[in-house]
Design a protein around this ligand. Structure first.
Ligand code: ADE
Ligand code: ZN
Ligand code: ZN
Length: 268
């Protein structure tokens, strides 16, 4: 995601943190740094030489064959340099490791805040065309790649640039949708039901598989999107998927942090 996705995920999560979790998170932010700032750090870091090693941690390259087949398999898809699933597992262990220096644990928090977002972006769970980066499409007449459409261009075309006002407003909207039960109850139960079952990579794999299903069911459903104009029907249908994915990511981020700090998800 871009700023809209990541900052909204972080702000939405902050609304569902238990008091003890909130205090814990604050401990690992720099003075004056918001949870939203912390959530976007990992993309800058991946692009400087020092942080290049973490580039592969932002996605898992599912080698399925969309739209015919979808599905993430850890052993097949994670890759030797690590992926978003292994990174989440490792950073979750590191933030809890009291032997590590503060700066290392603070960095682990920034990775977690970011990766909970990215793992819900369908194209961050897909190998095909480098997660859509190599698929050129047109959007309102401009040539862009499909990956950036899903990361930021579609949502910004509806909501504008990711200003503080815009992010607060989207966060409020998504919080209302969650709290007013507009999401189908049986689907909504899957938003949190893996948190209590087991630890390690179970939840990240469940989340990645959920996002990857959208690749077959919507993102690349018609196969040959290359060269097409996506404004209109395609972008209109993508918006609710993007918004729900961001809502789910924020809610699950809160549950994940609550679990690791207090041992309960706090999502009642
Ligand atoms: N590079 C390779 N695969 C990618 C993906 N799924 N998302 C973003 N960048 C990638
Ligand atoms: Zn992306
Ligand atoms: Zn990222």
């Amino acid at each position: 995601w871009g700023f809209y996705g990541h900052k909204t995920v972080a702000l939405l999560a902050s609304r569902y943190l238990l008091p003890e979790t909130s205090t814990f998170v604050q401990t690992f932010l720099y003075r004056g740094q918001t949870i939203m700032d912390a959530a976007v750090w990992a993309d800058r870091y991946a692009h400087i030489p020092l942080g290049r090693y973490s580039k592969t941690w932002h996605y898992i390259d599912a080698k399925d064959d969309p739209p015919r087949s979808c599905g993430v398999m850890y052993s097949r898809d994670c890759g030797g340099s690590g992926c978003i699933v292994s990174a989440l597992v490792n950073m979750t262990a590191r933030i809890q490791d009291e032997e590590l220096p503060w700066a290392q644990r603070a960095q682990a928090l920034r990775f977690i805040l970011h990766f909970l977002g990215d793992i819900h972006q369908p194209l961050h769970t897909e190998h095909a065309s480098l997660g859509g980066n190599l698929i050129k499409v047109h959007f309102h007449g401009t040539e862009i790649n499909l990956h950036s459409a899903w990361d930021s261009r579609i949502i910004e075309s509806f909501l504008g640039k990711p200003t503080e006002r815009g992010i607060i407003s989207l966060t409020n909207t998504l919080e209302d949708r969650i709290n007013n039960g507009i999401y189908n109850p049986s689907a909504f139960s899957t938003w949190k039901n893996c948190l209590n079952t087991s630890a390690e990579e179970t939840c990240p794999l469940v989340w990645a598989n959920g996002a990857n299903r959208w690749v077959c069911e919507y993102v690349l459903k018609d196969g040959d999107i290359k060269g097409k104009e996506i404004a209109g029907e395609y972008a209109d249908g993508a918006l609710p998927i993007i918004e729900e994915s961001i809502a789910m990511a924020g809610f699950r981020l809160a549950g994940w942090l609550n679990m690791l700090v207090t041992g309960r998800d706090g999502l009642d």
